[in-house]
Design a protein around this ligand. Sequence first.
Ligand SMILES: [Zn+2]
Length: 255
Amino acid sequence: MRVVYIVMFFILGCVFGSFYNLLGLRIPEHESIIKPASHCDKCGHKLSWYEMIPIFSYLFLKGKCRNCKTRLSILYLFSEFFCGVLFAISFYSFDFSHNFAIALILSSTMILVTVSDLTYMTIPDRFIVIPSILVLLIKLIFEGPREFLFAILWGILSFLIMFMIMKFGELIFKKESLGGADVKLMFLAGVSLEPFLCLLVIIVASFIALPVSLLLLVKKKENIIPFGPFLTVGMLIIFFTKYSSQEIINFLLQK
Ligand SMILES: [Zn+2]
C-alpha cells in the first residue's frame, strides 16, 4: 500500500511542480497567474491539454514548442520532476505526520525559489513569508504553543546570524555577497529546523554551492550565482536526514 501512496505523491508532485514553475516565472514579474493561459513565450502558441502533461509533454515535444520549435527552458522539466521526487521522498520519510506537511512545504519552497532565483536573480517575499507562516501554524497546532514560540525565536536568531554573515561578507569582499532574500530564507530554516541545525544548513549549502560556482566561473566566466536554491536544498537535506541538534552535538563531542 505504501508504494501506491509513494507513486501517487510523485504524480501529485509533478502536477504541483508544473504549477510552481508558472508561479516562479510570473509572480516576480507581477503577472497574473490565471491569464493568459499557458503559452509559448516566443510565438504565443496556446498550449492544448496534451502539451501540458507534466514531464511527458516535455519529453514528447523533445523540449521544443510544437509551433515555432523554440527550445523550452529545462526549468519546466526540472520543477516537475524534482517536485514529484521530493513529494514522494516526503511521504516515504514521514508518512502521514505533521512533518510530512512541513516536508511538502519546504519542497515547494525549494522549487519556487529555484525557478525565480535562477530566472530573475530575485526571490519574491511571499515565497518565503507564506511557507514560514504555514510551518508556524503546523507547529502551533501539532506541537503546541511552547514549540511555536521557540520556532519563532529560532527563526529570528537564524535570520540575525545570516544577517551578520552578510554584513561581514560585505566588509571583507567590499561588495554584496549575499542577497536580502538569503537572509529571509534563514528565518524559514529557523522556524522549520532546530537552531543548531540551521547553522548546518548554511554549511551544507556552501559545500554544494562551491563546486557549482567554480564550474560556472571556469565555463561561463560567471562569478555571481544565486545562493537561495542552495539554501533550500540544504534545508531539505537536513530536514530529511531527521537528525536532532543533540545528536549532532554528541557526534561533534564524540560522545
Ligand atoms: Zn512557440
